[in-house]
Design a protein around this ligand. Structure first.
Ligand SMILES: Cc1cc2nc3c(=O)[nH]c(=O)nc-3n(C[C@H](O)[C@H](O)[C@H](O)COP(=O)(O)OP(=O)(O)OC[C@H]3O[C@@H](n4cnc5c(N)ncnc54)[C@H](O)[C@@H]3O)c2cc1C
Length: 376
């Protein structure tokens, strides 16, 4: 008869106990770990990631450095008090500044080409509301952010578009470079990251939290556990108010004479596209297939890809030849409100989760917020 002797005395001594364990190595998990390090120079900090790479949204997104289009902000104003809407925009804006400051514009390839919203007949109701939205967010930007610019429709060559709302505050990043820079910064700050480590069970035990990792007969002990697993959090905290939303994205091969640069939104932000050099990255359409796309399965489906291809041909690149080079999907998290969940779940367990479609913006700030709010 054999006995389990997989781990040595030394391994148990040196690798099984941490001051802080963070679940998930997306932008929130890594930012949380970095905020912990800024506060505790000598603490032991471990980030556990289930995937070979971060496997949620942070390495899968479109790289918009955005804070909400005019129609999205207007929609929010219909269901939320103006102070809360302002607070959301503020969180996104301040989160972006923190990300840029922490990593540097060069490392994330930040480009400030501006943001544009395509307005068709059915969204023209927004035009008389622009002043109201500008007034709401003026204290943050010290300027009138949104302006109609009809000339851009012809300049950019779009069809099925009546006018454009422009703002010069939105930018774009290289998502892969941003996440690589974040991982490198974490490692250089003595933050341990273990991949292929899916946390399957957590138990409070006195002043510690005990964690079980899938297929590994090793129990980890953390003084504090911060769950940053976003759309996948229900497997650890079944009662949390959250549902997943899949986003599918395509990228074209480089085009000759692409007539636009910037980040673009239409249909209240449900569709989004941008240039990446001379290519177009285009994603969205979740609203047209809501039931199907309420899933954590990282797959692409023919119906969504066809819909994206059709909109590329008819609205974004009409009359131009283009080829799709690659496509992929990622998973976001949504709930009854747009506010992320930053909560203390029990004595030593905390969460910073439920980031929807603007987590690049909010992510860094959320890490800071969970550390500050609960004095971790
Ligand atoms: C297609 C798409 C396009 C997007 N475009 C933009 C954009 O242009 N701009 C923008 O601001 N936002 C965008 N977003 C949203 C943004 O990417 C997310 O809001 C943000 O990345 C969420 O970060 P996170 O760290 O909370 O979650 P995630 O990046 O999902 O990280 C959670 C991590 O936890 C890991 N994990 C889960 N469960 C466990 C477990 N039990 N044990 C260990 N690890 C676990 C996962 O593998 C994952 O790596 C987009 C999202 C998608 C899907």
């Amino acid at each position: 008869m054999t006995k389990n002797c997989q781990f040595s005395f030394w391994e148990l001594q040196s690798f099984s106990q941490y001051d802080y364990v963070v679940v998930g190595s997306g932008i929130v998990g890594l930012s949380t770990a970095l905020s912990l390090r800024e506060k505790h120079l000598n603490a032991s900090i471990l980030v556990l990631e289930r995937g070979f790479l971060p496997t949620g949204a942070s390495t899968k997104n479109a790289g918009f450095a955005c804070f909400g289009s005019a129609t999205e902000i207007f929609d929010d104003l219909q269901v939320m008090p103006p102070e809360e809407v302002f607070e959301l925009v503020q969180m996104r804006w301040e989160g972006l500044q923190l990300l840029r400051k922490r990593l540097g514009d060069k490392a994330i390839d930040f480009k400030n080409y501006g943001g544009f919203e395509l307005i068709s007949e059915k969204e023209k109701y927004i035009l008389p509301e622009i002043n109201q939205i500008n007034t709401l967010i003026e204290p943050l930007f010290k300027a009138k952010v949104f302006q109609e610019n009809k000339h851009k429709v012809a300049e950019f060559g779009f069809k099925k578009t009546d006018t454009i709302i422009e703002n010069s505050y939105e930018g774009q990043i290289d998502t892969g470079k941003m996440m690589r820079a974040l991982i490198e910064l974490a490692i250089s700050n003595k933050i341990e990251i273990k991949t292929g480590a899916e946390v399957v069970d957590i138990q409070e035990n006195g002043n510690n939290v005990l964690l079980k990792i899938k297929n590994i007969a090793f129990e980890l002990k953390a003084k504090n556990l911060i769950i940053c697993s976003n759309a996948f959090t229900k497997s650890l905290l079944p009662k949390i108010d959250m549902f997943p939303g899949r986003g599918q994205v395509v990228i074209t091969k480089p085009l000759k004479n692409l007539p636009f640069k910037g980040v673009f939104h239409f249909d209240k932000g449900y569709y989004y596209f941008r240039n990446f050099g001379n290519r177009v990255i285009f994603g969205g359409g979740r609203n047209a297939f809501l039931k199907q796309e309420t899933t954590t399965d990282l797959e692409c489906t023919e119906n969504v890809l066809e819909n994206l291809y059709q909109k590329l041909s008819e609205i974004i690149l009409p009359g131009k030849e283009f080829e799709i080079e690659h496509f992929w999907s990622g998973i976001m998290a949504f709930g009854n409100t747009k506010q992320p969940v930053v909560e203390q779940m029990s004595k030593n367990v905390f969460t910073a989760v439920r980031l929807g479609g603007m987590g690049v913006a909010i992510g860094s700030l959320l890490g800071k917020k969970v550390v500050e709010t609960f004095e971790l």
